[in-house]
Design a protein around this ligand. Sequence first.
Ligand SMILES: Cc1cc2nc3c(=O)[nH]c(=O)nc-3n(C[C@H](O)[C@H](O)[C@H](O)COP(=O)(O)O)c2cc1C
Length: 372
Amino acid sequence: MRIGPLQLPDRPLLLAPMEDVSDPPFRILCKRYGADLLYTEFIASGGLVYGAESSLQKLEFYEEERPLAIQIFGGEEDQVRQAARIADAAGPDLLDINFGCPVKKVVCHDGGAGILRNLPKMERLAAAVVEEATRPVTVKTRLGWDEGSIQILEVAKMLEGVGVQALAVHARTRNQMYTGDARWNWLRTIKDEGGLQIPLIGNGDATTPERVKAMFDETGVDAVMIGRGAIGNPWIFRDARAFLETGEVPPPPPWEERISVVAEHLALKCAWLGERKGVPEMRRMYGGYFKGQPGASRLRTLLMSTTEEAVVREILLNWREDEPETQVPVGIDLAATPRPAGVKPAGVRPVGLPAAVKLPPSRLPRPARPTV
Ligand SMILES: Cc1cc2nc3c(=O)[nH]c(=O)nc-3n(C[C@H](O)[C@H](O)[C@H](O)COP(=O)(O)O)c2cc1C
């Protein structure tokens, strides 16, 4: 599959943009497990234009992540145009526009899915980004605002007409938010009746390897974008690829691999954000990684009991999933006490940054601040 000059493998698997999830540490892990294209979380145009530190940080990425799309959103034409210029200067492979976010505070300013109520303005916004970008522009959207106003066929054709080079469709309306089933029949309709030359990326409820294959088979989409199925589960890309190619899903990762990935995620978070922010941010990830594992809630409580990266790592590497009762009591100061009785599970790889990663991106040259 091609997006402009960008060549992707057949039936590519994409990591969805997810706020507070799809950051460089998580993206690197998904890439390691086979994601073919990564997206940043959405970045507010206004934040970029006014130079907000938190927005500018979201532009950063490791070279090893390529190919990567930076996603922006906004409903104010001049701002979106300027933001496109800024995001473009950060050097991603693709520039993506979010026309799908359903959240009230975004849609009320014509951002995200809000623009599905004003298609002439959507056309102007997309055209402005295409004009500013020196690389392919893609769009991610939903079927329509609500049941009575699904115009995805017209929208797809219009976006292709202004030069958008791939379209990702989350097969729900804005009013569905995340409820009900994603309506894959619409993806089939876009493929069959849309008359599109550009690739169609299917999204929504492709949460397991079997569902990923079913989306390809039932809808004919050119690529599948995986969101929630990857949270705490970056190996879904490996598993889905294996299932596509062999018809068999590999067994779930052994405990040692799971722990090793969590420890590496923690190390990457701390390299990216520093220990003070990285350790608390990592807490949101444990639920996904340890869901359904024996002793999961006790382990999570332990991991939350400290703000020190070294101590969290120590707890992780010493946790014996088969003997939760022998674990470190909550509140113990591991740094000040000898290693608890548990021994390191056999086969845990040393924790460290992936060899290819040289520098935390926060130390990479920053994109130029806009002058406003
Ligand atoms: C925590 C979370 C954050 C999200 N943030 C974004 C975002 O920043 N940009 C975007 O286009 N979609 C965002 N989405 C929507 C997902 O990209 C995707 O469209 C949706 O989750 C449906 O796909 P799935 O069923 O594979 O999860 C987010 C979804 C979740 C669960």
